[in-house]
Design a binder for this molecule. Structure first.
Ligand code: AHR
Length: 492
């Protein structure tokens, strides 16, 4: 028997809605044929955006959407994506060497901002800090943020159809600058970041700046970056505008997205569980430079990275992969970790929205399917903005990890507990013990469970979907049974 203690008196903090964020890059089939089908398409669309995707995506209340990369951002010129669409240049996409695709620039700043407003998400722009200048990124900020008619760039925005400024609260300055973003050392990047932050601050009008953090859990990158960043600035974060610090972490195993052994199941889940070490250890180093925690931790790319080719485009869309129940379990575990560290994590964006890694949707032509990951985000959406409660888990062992991962939150007197059964093939009995709280009437248990390698297809879109049941709850203890390989949410 597993026991999950829910400690009502111990609030960790408010779960920043942005922890449930998303990422969409100009890569493979994410935009073209995924999100964007064009206004003249036979596929039902809203101003060019795939209508079914807009509606389903809006339903899970996406708080934030990062764009236009990823690596793509590091050769992106924002001026290619404004003005009449028929006049926009065709350019070489950053990923050209991988898939030979060119960039039509049909989705640019105005289109992306419209997509965000259709789905109710705030945009997070990833700015090029490798192949352009701080001045050009400052110009992009001015173009987006300055009041109607106030400057020549603000007027240009108006001529391009949007007189009112855009609401873009988050600006990443660089992406993976330890790799695709210029192969920089942490010291090189800190020097670049300082310039961008300083130059852009005057037009940013208090928007948050996010710096590129490490690949996975490189503590060396973090130490050296902050050491150099604050060098000669009296160590005070306010002397160099930095509001967020972004880690990227992907997990994968040998095997494919849909074909894996029981050992590979546990291997992947062990890698997913490592997210907790990353958050705790990275924050530990950040604390020594930013003890008052003015700088938030961001995990602006996370998810499973399997071999490509398992998605409906059969390898045409770069990195497109099927998402099985195994990926949904990784999503549930990861979001539990973020909830449990909501005092540290200010934003996290799963990579990527459609036709790519760890996607919520797969789409092509007039077809679209929601993956098991989608349902995890749907089931857990009410954690957004709720008070994170401390949970203590006494778990059985499954493979080499804890059989149960848990997180809990409370909002307006309603508690939501997410329980993940990490076992490949065994049910989990879970005793819930409420400390300082009690059940008041029946609860609802919603479970997403299926064979570990089950997934949804255009032909069978509901193979993996959540099922809801009522549970009788009384007093301050209850026992629930979780199916093997499942993500369950209990509301009471
Ligand atoms: O998500 C795909 C790629 O993974 C992104 O472009 C990059 O930032 C990361 O390496």
């Amino acid at each position: 028997m597993n026991t999950v203690h829910i400690l009502y008196p111990e609030h960790i903090g408010t779960i920043n809605p942005n922890i449930y964020g998303h990422f969409s890059e100009h890569i493979g089939g994410v935009f073209y044929d995924g999100i964007w089908v064009g206004e003249d398409s036979k596929v039902p669309n809203i101003h060019g955006f795939r209508k079914e995707l807009v509606e389903l995506f809006a339903k899970i209340k996406p708080p934030v959407l990062r764009w236009p990369g990823g690596c793509f951002a590091e050769t992106y010129d924002w001026r290619d994506g404004i003005g009449p669409r028929e006049k926009r240049p065709t350019t070489v996409n950053w990923w050209y060497n991988d898939d030979g695709r060119l960039e039509s620039n049909q989705v640019g700043t105005h289109e992306f901002v419209e997509f965000c407003s259709l789905v109710g998400a705030k945009p997070c722009f990833a700015a090029n800090a490798t192949t352009t200048t701080p001045m050009e990124i400052r110009n992009w900020m001015e173009y987006c943020l300055f009041p109607e008619g106030s400057t020549t760039l603000a007027q240009l925005r108006g001529q391009n159809g949007s007189p009112a400024p855009f609401d873009i609260p988050y600006w990443g300055l660089g992406n993976e600058n330890w790799g695709g973003g210029g192969n920089m050392t942490p010291e090189d990047y800190a020097a670049v970041y300082r310039k961008y932050a300083m130059v852009c601050d005057s037009v940013a009008r208090s928007r948050a700046f996010v710096a590129c953090g490490p690949n996975g859990n490189s503590l060396d990158w973090t130490r050296r970056f902050f050491q150099k960043l604050f060098d000669g600035l009296d160590g005070h974060p306010n002397n160099c505008k930095i509001d967020g610090y972004a880690v990227h972490y992907y997990c994968g195993t040998a095997g494919t997205a849909t074909q894996f052994t029981k050992e590979q199941w546990y291997e992947l889940l062990t890698k997913a569980a490592y997210m907790e070490d990353i958050i705790v250890q990275q924050r530990g180093v950040m604390d020594s430079y930013d003890p008052q925690r003015r700088i938030g931790m961001v995990v602006d790319e996370w998810g499973c990275w399997h071999q490509g080719g398992s998605g409906p485009s059969k390898g045409y869309n770069l990195f497109e992969q099927q998402s099985t129940m195994r990926d949904a379990v990784v999503a549930g575990m990861t979001l539990n970790i973020f909830n449990n560290h909501c005092d540290k994590v200010m934003m996290a964006n799963v990579a990527q929205l459609v036709n790519n890694l760890h996607s919520l949707f797969l789409a092509g032509g007039d077809q679209l399917v929601a993956t098991p990951n989608y349902y995890v985000f749907d089931m857990m959406k009410e954690h957004q903005g709720a008070g994170g409660l401390r949970t203590v888990v006494e778990a059985e062992q499954a493979g080499n990890i804890a059989q149960v991962s848990a997180s809990a939150s409370v909002k307006d007197g309603k508690t939501l507990v997410t329980l993940v059964n990490t076992s490949y093939d065994q049910e989990a009995e879970v005793r819930l013990a409420l400390q300082g709280g009690g059940f008041a009437g029946d609860g609802e248990l919603v479970c997403l469970s299926a064979k570990p390698d089950a997934y949804n297809t255009f032909e069978d879109p509901q193979a993996v979907r959540p099922v809801s049941s009522k549970v009788a709850l009384n007093g301050s203890e209850a026992v629930v049974t979780l199916p093997a390989a499942s993500v369950c949410c209990l509301r009471f």
